[in-house]
Ligand binder design. Sequence first.
Ligand code: SF4
Length: 359
Amino acid sequence: MLGDDGDMTLAKRLLAWHRGNARQLPWRSEPRDPYRVLVSELMLQQTQVDRVLDRFEAFVAAYPDLATLAAATEEEVLAAWSGLGYYRRARMLHHLAREVRAGTGALPTSAAELAELPGVGPYTAAAVASLAFAEAIPVLDGNVLRVASRVLAFAGDPRTAAGREALLRWLRPLVEEGGPPGLVNEALMELGATVCRPTSPHCARCPLAPDCRARALGRPERYPPPRRRRAELAVTWVAACCVDAAGRWLVRQVTEGPILRGLWLPPIAALEPGASPEEVACDLVGGRLRAPPQPLASVRHSITHRRITVQPIRLALSSTRSASVTGRWVDPASPTVPTSSLFSKLIKVNNLSSQDAGE
Ligand code: SF4
């Protein structure tokens, strides 16, 4: 039960703020479509709202429901996901669609059942169950975790099981009794995303300010304590950049390794200590060259904790025939295969070098 009248007032203030201030986002149109909610929640994991806005409508236009998604190939789904990164989410969504289609054909409605689907963790399950099916279950995402930590001035680590439970003790009555559960959850998430920012929270605009202990104590940014960062891993790759007479690039599908699997990129390999980037690039492609390999300006790229330095080598092939056996030639403006933002960076540095060279 809500602890006292103060908590109820807090819920009312929170929902009034949400009515007047929440952003209009395409996945929030009423009535909520469980499929659109699920797709948006998966896209929003680890990807900024602006980037999701760029891709969401096109994705759900191409695949408006689980049936169309299940009928697509993985390559088509990855292509539609291009630009969002973290492609494992797209693979899991595709897998989920096929699993649901093979079963009842419809998404389950409870968080417990949703959490059994591929790629759906407790947070996503709670978000879909509360937003689309009105289940009274708190959604403890990063934004809500920050808001709750600050309102309670929670001194421990809210990312531990005990810490999460402490926050959930405050959240449960709010979600169960404070109003429609999906709206309460969405209001808390929205407040964390737009007002209770990690640094410089806008406390003067916050509906929870009268109840916020961290604000009363001063320096609310101290809550929650910073997350311990995973150690960075520095690696160097070589990319063989081959462009044919029509301006098309040679790309190959990455079939192994923990990252970029399933995506199409210029032939790429790790550079072992002592190895020559030019030789690695030539080995990657094979075939005879019209001119010596040309190193281009290196490119930096990050994937999770990996800090990758990519050394592009431009190769002028005498013939595109042998390279075509293991790759495809694609128009860089519309590659038609799923790729990574790393490809855009390589195209850019290659174009700059071409101009520099006066070609
Ligand atoms: S008063 Fe400030 S610190 Fe507290 S919840 Fe609101 S924005 Fe966050």
